[in-house]
Ligand binder design. Structure first.
Ligand code: UDP
Length: 319
């Protein structure tokens, strides 16, 4: 079975490609390398460099595929606030083009990389898929618009689809070709920033006055390998003409201070940091209710925060 992985040169996409190929799937990759990396492209995959909005690349990439795992898109919240049109064009119009071309080529199976950003800042924790979706930034708006578009495509044209709403993805996979690491520029994520912190450029702790036990914000971190395994199971449980939304997290929250302590204990030294004001747009707490993932995918995350920290550090060749 051949699968198209859009965004297969990015952090999560390249990890998924590696696991798919190791499980015997044939893989095609469509990636425009705007944020992905050529050296992350698996040598056994068929690689088409191009964008979803380039119809000839898209139609070539889909050829002979039976299913699509769709990671491709823009994913930085801050950037989406500055460039909402870019996010709408790449994410929403790109996915529209993908769905149309899939229909044209009679490809009916889709797993989509959605986000907890679709929920916004709900007050009820943990967050189930039934929580009201009220995104607070353009990135979340695009992911929600895509989820809705996919739902329509399922009911109108029998697309079989699952949208996986990720919480905070971390960690890395050691593949036969070496570590597949998170490489964002600029890096905004907590675990990479903690591990790369130095005396001259200490990591900032965004807010120590949140209404939480230690005053720092709480997030639900999930290991990228657990996350990818859920995608592969999702492919196997797709139902004809049905669209299902499933949260992927670990089901428990860690405060920024707890993650800092975990990274510090991995490194065996204190991590230089400065306490600063809250980052605009950050909610206090985001924790996933993962009961639907457990039920529909028979999936449980197996890797904890210390292995996320350790694997991220190893992928950066730190310690
Ligand atoms: N955070 C921080 N310093 C950083 C990066 C992140 O204190 O350099 C905090 C951030 O405010 C949030 C949590 O760590 O509470 C996770 O942030 P991240 O950017 O990793 O993911 P997000 O939850 O924004 O998707």
């Amino acid at each position: 079975m051949r699968i198209l992985v859009t965004g297969g040169a990015g952090y999560i996409g390249a990890t998924a490609v590696d696991v798919l190929i190791s499980q015997g799937f044939a893989v095609s990759i469509l990636d425009d390398l705007s944020t992905g990396h050529l050296d992350a492209v698996h040598p056994s995959a068929s690689f088409i460099e191009g964008s979803l909005l380039d119809s000839s690349s898209l139609s070539r990439a889909l050829r002979n595929c039976e299913a699509v795992i769709h990671f491709g898109g823009k994913s930085l919240v801050g950037e989406s606030v500055e460039k909402p049109d870019l996010y709408w064009n790449v994410n929403v119009l790109g996915t529209r083009a993908l769905l149309d071309e899939m229909q044209k080529q009679s490809i009916t199976q889709l797993v989509f990389s959605s986000s907890a950003a679709t929920y916004g800042a709900p007050t009820e924790m943990p967050i189930s898929e039934l929580a009201q979706a009220k995104p607070t930034n353009p990135y979340g708006v695009t992911k929600l618009a895509i989820d809705e578009m996919i739902a329509q495509q399922s009911s109108n044209f029998d697309l079989s689809a699952i949208s996986l709403r990720y919480f905070n993805v971390a960690g890395a996979l050691e593949s036969s070709r070496g570590w597949i690491s998170e490489r964002h520029n600029p890096e905004t994520h907590l675990i990479p920033n903690l591990l790369k912190s130095t005396d001259s450029s200490p990591v900032k702790i965004f807010g120590t006055d949140w209404p939480t036990p230690d005053g720092t914000a709480i997030r639900d971190y999930v290991h990228v390998v657990d996350l990818v395994e859920a995608h592969i199971t999702a492919l196997k449980v797709l139902e004809k003409g049905k669209h299902t939304i499933i949260n992927l997290g670990s089901g428990r929250g860690y405060s920024v201070r707890e993650v800092l302590n975990s990274a510090s204990s991995y490194l065996g030294r204190p991590i230089p940091h400065v306490d600063t004001t809250r980052r605009p747009g950050d909610p206090v707490s985001l924790i996933a209710d993962i009961s639907r993932a457990k039920e529909v995918l028979a999936w449980v995350p197996r890797r904890d925060i210390s292995s996320m920290v350790a694997d991220t550090a190893k992928s950066f060749e730190i310690a």
